[in-house]
Design a protein around this ligand. Structure first.
Ligand code: NAD
Length: 337
């Protein structure tokens, strides 16, 4: 049984903690937080031992009536692996702590690729992370792009990827983010940084990306054009995608017209927090013109990296191979809409 520490219990960390708890081969040893907010209270209610990420703030938890199990150092020392889900840049500051205790660590997509030995996507390069000490689970957008690119490369070869990422302004809880009434080229420079990030998974890939930000919180939307190395019929690509466990092909009959109805569907289906771990590809949008493939996909930024973190835990601890891990994660979470 792998003992997993979660440092940073926010949007990603709390979801990873719940997912780890559902695995037959792992346990949540504890979660670390910087302050006693609603998420700290929920962690206690769920029975996760709560550790103080910053020692001087420990008394704030006591004042709020929340029992602290100890400092984060104790948690890291005892864990087999730590999942760092702190805000961008903090993971880099925490690396020394993990190294001091010789605890392998996973970081999130907000960290620089150079921080770690490997950037990780379970479908694309699980083996690269086996027994690695420092692994970065790539961002929600890079995860979403990699899951589509990997099967296309294997089946047909990919000459070039062009993607426009229409990004949500902030997560639903981020009241300080925006825009609230605008459409921003973001980043305004082209190509955007997302393409190079995907190249951390596929170093020889030719990809250009453009980014925008819009007043939405629910999901990102990708408009994708992939030039394949051979002429392919759209129906073949749809069949290829249908075999991929983390790609959900939205059938026309469902009458799902956007991220609002997608989230509504996820809530109706009983998904925790309305999470959608799969890429949501509109089946009708999967089209080909010669060697060019086009599609639209929705990416639930708060949750698509969650199963990837679970698989990365198995990779760094060498406790399962890619196929076994992905199958276990999918089954336990209920992936496959
Ligand atoms: P978040 O702000 O929701 O959560 C981060 C948590 O870490 C908060 O609870 C914060 O209080 C805590 N924290 C801050 N400093 C800390 C410290 N020194 N030690 C321990 N905990 C600390 O952030 P998030 O959205 O969960 O993002 C975490 C990482 O995941 C980032 O790298 C981000 O880029 C990446 N990511 C985010 C999303 C998303 O859409 N939210 C998607 C994919 C990847």
């Amino acid at each position: 049984m792998q003992q997993v520490a979660i440092n940073g219990y926010g949007t990603i960390g709390k979801r990873v903690a719940d997912a780890v708890r559902q695995q037959p081969d792992m346990e949540v040893l504890g979660v670390a937080k910087t302050r006693p907010n609603f998420e700290a209270e929920t962690a206690i209610d769920k029975g996760f031992p709560l550790y103080a990420a910053i020692e001087e703030r420990e008394e704030l938890f006591a004042e709020a009536g929340l029992e602290i199990a100890g400092p984060v150092e104790d948690l890291v020392a005892e864990a087999d692996v730590v999942v760092d889900a702190t805000p961008s840049g903090i993971g880099a500051q925490n690396k020394e702590l993990y190294e001091e205790h010789d605890t392998p660590a996973l970081y999130q997509g907000g960290e620089d690729a150079e921080l770690t030995d490997v950037s990780f996507n379970a479908r694309s390069n699980f083996e690269d992370a086996v027994d690695a000490d420092h692994v970065r689970v790539v961002s929600c957008n890079t995860t979403g792009l990699s899951r589509v690119i990997a099967p296309l490369r294997e089946a047909y070869g990919v000459e070039k990827v062009r993607a426009t990422l229409v990004r949500r302004g902030g997560d639903p809880g981020q009241s300080d983010r925006g825009p609230i009434n605008d459409i921003l080229p973001n980043p305004v420079t082209i190509p955007s940084h997302h393409g190079p990030d995907v190249e951390t998974i596929f170093p020889d890939l030719d990809i250009d990306t453009l980014g925008m930000k819009v007043p939405a919180t629910l999901m990102h939307m990708h408009s994708l054009n992939v030039t394949l190395e051979e002429d392919v019929d759209a129906s073949e690509v749809r069949e290829l995608f249908a075999d991929e466990s983390r790609l959900f092909l939205i059938p026309e009959r469902m009458d799902i017209d956007g991220s609002g109805t997608l989230k509504e569907y996820a809530l109706d289906a009983g998904r925790p927090r309305g999470d959608i771990w799969e890429n949501c590809i509109w089946e009708e949008s999967v089209s080909t013109v010669g060697r060019d493939l086009y599609l639209f996909q929705g990416i639930h930024q708060e949750s698509d990296v969650v199963p990837e973190n679970v698989d990365a835990i198995r990779a760094v601890t060498g406790s399962a191979d890619a196929a076994e891990s992905i199958e276990t994660t999918n089954e336990t979470l209920g992936i496959g809409l």
